[in-house]
Ligand binder design. Structure first.
Ligand SMILES: [Zn+2]
Length: 407
């Protein structure tokens, strides 16, 4: 830091910005201490505490001088200890010993377990490798005696093999503590893993973990990237999540009746229900079949389970359209104008998704309204099996078939 004590020297501000930029690269908790040569009311100082969310302990503990009697000038606040929110401060003191014109500062602190757990997860996420899906996932198993085992996912390109985070953590636990039970399984992610649903244990992991869970075991999901939302649920609830459902059909004779039945049996709001009813009718005129799946369907599965925990609304409408001779263009030509009419000015994004390990392809068209209030993902395939190949939706019947019965 510059030795000059000006109020808001541009050079000081830029030094502060460098500290802020560096601080933001750090994971975990921060204790930032030293002789700053700054007054607490300067923007250079405030930028550091504000941007890095640090607490100034001089202010919190009413410290007005960090100088000894060897310092004779009037302004006696030069040294600071700043701490991040996860640090629990037990004691902070200016010690009476006089060895320089600066007094010694003493901080007694603890990093509560949650904070160290978050930091450990962040490190583990950084180790994750997801060259195929881009979804990096990490987990920590806490056993019933408080031991912790961390794991992260890795993906191999050729041949494509996925190793899930839970696998490696569980393998270590079994090697070191074969008789342990899991008290808590904490998961999070980064990269293209952005939502809770991207880090919930898959069915294969669930089956491997199940023998090590007990009634009180918890699963804790931290929102990927930010960690600023946490959901916790009993591990055994995953059982219900992976139980197959019986097929569901929503059918009606008129468009209005179909719209009403959709409203009653799904999470769709009125406008979306009207739109899906119209799509079903038009798809059938093309000789195709229409399925509603995903979070808006309310049909169980990961989405529904997580929405019930978070209280969130569904974010998009997931439709599957199938038919032996349907081309993407022919389906879009019919459905897109309906979308524009319902939601206003809109765009289409198309993605071809190759199914890993096969030569099969899925085609996904995403319709977006200009104001962002409506998103529809349309998956098109010759049959429901191919359209939804490798998707859990199919296996567990997490969809409604929507049928417009022409009289
Ligand atoms: Zn898994």
């Amino acid at each position: 830091m510059s030795k000059k004590w000006g109020p808001c020297h541009p050079e000081r501000l830029s030094q502060s910005q460098k500290i802020v930029a560096f601080g933001k690269t750090l994971h975990g908790e921060i204790v930032f201490a030293g002789d700053f040569n700054l007054l607490p009311e300067t923007e250079s100082f405030k930028a550091i505490t504000r941007e890095l969310k640090l607490q100034n302990l001089n202010a919190a503990f009413d410290v007005t001088s960090t100088r000894t009697s060897l310092y004779e000038k009037p302004i006696k606040c030069a040294d600071y200890v700043l701490t991040s929110p996860g640090i629990s401060v037990l004691d902070y003191q200016v010690l009476p010993d006089e060895v320089s014109d600066h007094a010694a500062l003493m901080l007694d602190f603890e990093i509560p377990q949650t904070a160290s757990l978050f930091a450990q997860l962040q490190r583990e996420v950084d180790y994750a490798e997801a060259s195929v899906t881009g979804k990096r996932v990490a987990c920590i198993i806490t056993t019933d005696v408080g031991e912790e085992f961390a794991g992260h996912n890795t993906e191999e390109q050729n041949p494509t093999t996925f190793h899930h985070a839970e696998h490696s953590a569980l393998a270590q636990m079994i090697r070191i503590q074969p008789d342990a039970k899991i008290a808590r399984l904490t998961l999070t992610g980064s990269g293209r893993a952005k939502k809770f649903k991207h880090v919930v244990p898959c069915m294969s992991c669930w089956e491997k973990l199940m023998p090590f869970f007990k009634n009180t075991s918890k699963i804790v999901l931290l929102l990927p990237h930010t960690f600023d939302r946490v959901i916790t649920f009993p591990a055994l609830q995953l059982q219900a999540l992976y139980t197959p459902l019986s097929p569901s059909v929503i059918a009606a004779k008129t468009e209005l009746e179909l719209e009403y039945t959709l409203l009653q049996n799904t999470r769709l709001n009125a406008r979306d229900a009207r739109y899906v009813a119209q799509v079903a009718e038009h798809v059938q005129q093309l000789g195709g079949r229409c399925f509603l799946t995903g979070s808006s369907s309310g049909r169980g599965g990961i989405h529904e389970f997580l929405l019930s925990l978070t209280g969130d609304e569904y974010g998009d409408i997931d439709l599957i359209v199938t038919g032996e001779h349907l081309s993407i263009r022919s389906v879009e030509e019919v459905i897109f104008p309906l979308f524009v009419r319902t939601y206003g000015c809109s765009t289409i994004e198309r993605r071809n998704v190759f199914i890993i390990g096969t030569t099969e392809q899925r085609f996904i068209s995403r319709f977006l309204s200009a104001d962002g209030s409506a998103i529809m993902d349309l998956t098109i395939g010759p049959s429901i099996d191919i359209a939804m190949m490798r998707k859990e939706y199919l296996r567990y019947q997490w969809f409604h078939e929507v049928i417009y019965e022409r009289s």
